[in-house]
Design a protein around this ligand. Structure first.
Ligand code: 21W
Length: 261
């Protein structure tokens, strides 16, 4: 077994944040809450303000070179990370220090899968204009972004990453939920879903779904998944090598749309 991999499946998330109550709310409900309750994951927040030594508990300072916006100081962040490593004493080979920032690589499902192999992830959530570059150089292993839109800090991105990574840990999802994990997930969009009533105003559930022919249903769902991906996310479809059956289903869908998106 590789030292760098988390085969015990258990994972701990440590989050360095000025807003621990915001991040801790992740464990109050839902899938992640249940996982924490079962000790499949551990989430612990660490406030860099607790690692300051001045009367005002200063964690930020003005930017060298001038301009508006404050920068997070190195010392409180560095002391926090060092204390986490000391107190938690996890195998350094299966531990990552992750800084959330708009300059990072864009997070996706493949990254979630890779990071779920670690046994400890230490997230640094920045506020203000971000952290002193020397903290990144000396303490950070990886820098991740959620995408090209502006947020107020790294807390929500850390929570998003923890949610998606926790779902990959065996036992976190129930049988019903984990059925979704296999097949083409994250390479193809999902098919439409319907529940009762069968007739809503003048809108009927597609007849194939109430007909009881499970082979037909499977085929219809597959075709809808392929068709919607063609309509809405041609970028995803371009990455796929479709099999013969899939190609026929998609060609039929496209023909029914007169070839137009
Ligand atoms: C946002 C800090 C923008 C600084 C360009 C040049 C973490 C984030 C964050 C934040 C600025 C993530 C500027 C997606 C995000 C985060 C806070 C820079 C001035 N822009 N993923 N100068 N989006 N954001 N503002 O915002 O900490 S991951």
């Amino acid at each position: 077994m590789s030292k760098a991999e988390n085969k015990s499946a258990n994972i701990r998330f440590d989050v360095v944040t000025l807003f621990p109550e915001l991040v801790n709310s992740l464990t109050a409900s839902g899938v992640v809450g249940r996982a924490a309750g079962q000790d499949l994951i551990n989430l612990t927040c660490w406030n860099p303000r607790d690692y300051t030594h001045d009367r005002h508990q200063t964690v930020d300072d003005r930017s060298y070179g001038g301009g508006p916006g404050m920068v997070m100081k190195v010392q409180p962040l560095r002391d926090t990370v060092h204390d986490i490593k000391q107190q938690t004493a996890m195998n350094a080979a299966s531990r990552r220090v992750i800084y959330l920032s708009p300059q990072g690589k864009q997070f996706n499902q493949a990254a979630a899968q890779e990071l779920a192999k670690c046994s400890q992830l230490i997230f640094i959530a920045g506020r203000y204009e971000g952290v002193d570059e020397r903290f990144i150089e000396t303490e950070v292993d990886e820098e991740w972004s959620l995408g090209d839109y502006v947020l107020s800090g790294g807390e929500l991105p850390a929570m998003v990453m923890i949610d998606s990574i926790a779902r990959m840990i065996p036992g976190v999802l129930g049988d019903q939920e984990s059925a979704e994990q296999d097949s083409f997930m994250n390479r193809l969009l999902d098919h439409p879903h319907y529940t009762r009533p069968e007739l809503l105003d003048d809108l009927k559930v597609p007849a194939v779904l109430t007909g009881g022919d499970h082979k037909k249903i499977e085929q219809w769902r597959r075709q809808q998944a392929l068709g919607r991906t063609w309509l809405r996310r041609p970028d995803l479809l371009k990455e796929l090598e479709l099999g013969e059956v899939d190609q026929v289903l998609l060609d039929q869908f496209i023909a029914e749309h007169n070839g137009k998106r």
